[in-house]
Design a protein around this ligand. Sequence first.
Ligand code: DX5
Ligand code: ZN
Length: 216
Amino acid sequence: MIIIAPSVLSLDYSCFEQQMRDLHASKAQWLHFDVMDGHFVPNLTFGPDILKAFRKASHLFLDVHLMVEDPEFFSDVFIDAGAQMITFHTEALDNEPQRIMDLIRKIKGRGVKAGLTVKPNTPVETLLPYIDQVDLFLIMSVEPGFGGQSFIPQSLEKIATLRKLIDQQQASALIEVDGGINGHTGQLCKQAGVDVLVAGSYVFKDDIIAAVESLC
Ligand code: DX5
Ligand code: ZN
């Protein structure tokens, strides 16, 4: 069963209530929350109080993607605010294995699921040592920072590689893909073995319920 995670980066905040009603009437199971600090990526988005508001307004699973320079600090802040999954970039910890493992343990120690991700130019092999440790691997299929970009086709090979290794090792980590997902690219990712589709601009451009349905 594929999980659809609309990215609220593209939600129209001028009609929040209606958009939330549509999301709740759709087949979406998660809400994807893109946290950007203006340093790790050249854009600024949400702080923890916005996540708290989503926690009050929705029963959906809150999937937080940290694009910040200091995930060791901000993981706690967003867990306090209601995050149920925290995904962080290995690059933000200079790809240092000890720091990565410590942060995975810290997140899980707080009873929250831990996800790991890399930017498109970081090899997917960087993720492999953590295959038994994490709940999710996020494949970035655009350069992080902005919604509405085009899907990078090489992401499909990364998904297929991870799918094979996860299955071979009988690991339970989910594979999520984020960036440029629409009806067509979503289908290709499903064929490559993805478990969670993040979609922002495609879901919120018009009919939310129909767009989510077309990704299932
Ligand atoms: C990019 C974000 C994505 C983005 C996806 O940094 O991580 O989640 O919102 O947006 P679309 O689906 O428009 O590419
Ligand atoms: Zn994201």
